[in-house]
Design a protein around this ligand. Structure first.
Ligand SMILES: [Zn+2]
Length: 388
């Protein structure tokens, strides 16, 4: 088994253009992370004064009078959200006129395909940290400025965009679904490349960090898909699903430790720990990856040997199993596969085909709590998009 990592979903773009530029991976979550954003208090102060104390710059609130028909006012968020009713079979009216039509119409332009091999090391991306916030419910507080080169100072000053990206995420994902998200990092690797990623906190791997590229937030459809994809990692890898391996989290570059933990795990081992037998990711792996895992392992191993070979082999792996994946990026590994499939589940109508890719999307309909969550995210999304 190879070392797995948790890194970003790249912005959607065409395969051929991508392959050249991508960094490959060692392993998610670097030790050096904490050192990246240690900054003198004086720096933090100026940011505090600019933005966080002045909520009017970015904080958007509604009143019950602002709600449209079918929406309910959430007094905690101070926002209106569309209420979506689903029946017991998980039918939320996907085929009927109404919100879903509107919703999928709005999102129709999302480019689904992204590059195989578009996988950057979370540790490398963290070196491009611009500012780190602590997450406090719906709010982000205590910004810590990273030391950045002069060309990134504009991004560092742009607290409005930093806040807007977080606010959009917090409006899409219900608060009770992201209690383990404790930090929000703004980073950049330049335009395109990785739009966002999540990684467990190395000091306490039950806590998670969401990072968003401030240079890539301009395309609402890419942003929406990617944020739901990143949330899918939180949903499938949080410590209730995959009990955190503290030893491994504290020493993520230690391959011996990794192989030892992987070998001792009777269920799917995504890298963060040994998945619970009834976890989403273990069920997904057992159902969809048992037949292709050996072939994929050989491909995945190449990334530690030769980047070009790895990329070519991953493309070939995807080509061999194209009707099994909702996007080429999904073929990267089981963790990316479940994240891409979940985002498709949330953002697209229920599948009508009978490919394995369709089955992967339909997989989530077997979980009533996920059908409910899908409806909730959909309603929140429609209410936000309506107002943009
Ligand atoms: Zn991902």
């Amino acid at each position: 088994m190879s070392i797995s990592k948790r890194a970003g979903r790249p912005r959607a773009r065409w395969l051929v253009l991508l392959l050249a530029a991508l960094l490959l991976v060692s392993c998610g979550g670097g030790d050096e992370y904490a050192a990246d954003y240690d900054q003198p208090a004086a720096d933090q102060q100026s940011l505090d004064q600019q933005s966080v104390d002045d909520e009017s710059d970015w904080y958007y609130a509604e009143t019950p009078e602002d709600c449209f028909e079918g929406e309910e006012f959430d007094p905690v968020d101070e926002l209106c959200y569309l209420v979506v009713e689903c029946d017991e079979s998980g039918d939320c009216g996907d085929e009927s006129p109404g919100f879903v039509q509107e919703f999928f119409g709005l999102l129709d332009e999302v480019a689904w395909g992204v590059s195989g091999g578009g996988f950057e090391d979370a540790g490398e991306l963290q070196e491009n940290t611009i500012v780190t916030y602590r997450v406090d419910g719906n709010q982000i507080v205590d910004p810590e400025l990273a030391e950045v080169s002069d060309d990134l100072l504009d991004f560092q000053d742009d607290t409005e965009t930093q806040q807007a990206l977080w606010t959009y995420f917090s409006q899409l994902i219900p608060p009770d679904q992201r209690t383990f998200l404790t930090q929000y990092v703004v980073f950049t690797d330049g335009p395109d490349e990785t739009l966002a990623f999540v990684t467990a906190d190395t000091e306490d791997p039950t806590k998670w960090i969401l990072a968003v590229d401030i240079a890539d937030g301009g395309d609402i459809q890419d942003l929406t898909f990617t944020l739901v994809h990143e949330f899918a990692h939180l949903l499938t890898l949080n410590s209730q699903q995959v009990p955190a391996d503290y030893e491994l989290a504290a020493d993520p570059e230690n391959e011996d430790l990794f192989y030892e933990a992987a070998a001792a795990c009777p269920t799917y081992f995504p890298g963060e720990g040994c998945s619970e037998p009834n976890s989403y990711i273990n069920a997904f792996f057992e159902r969809f990856w048992a037949d292709i895992d050996a072939e994929w392992q050989e491909v995945d191993q190449l990334q530690y040997e030769d980047q070009d070979e790895y990329t070519a082999a991953l493309d070939q792996f995807y080509a061999n199993h194209q009707d099994e994946f909702v996007s080429d990026y999904a073929a990267t590994n089981p963790g990316e596969d479940i994240a891409e499939s979940f985002a498709t589940f949330v953002l697209k109508p229920a599948p009508s085909g009978d490919t394995i890719a369709d089955e992967k999307v339909a997989f989530f309909y077997d979980y009533p709590e996920l059908v409910k969550l899908r409806a909730e995210i959909s309603g929140r999304l429609v209410s936000r998009l309506r107002r943009n």
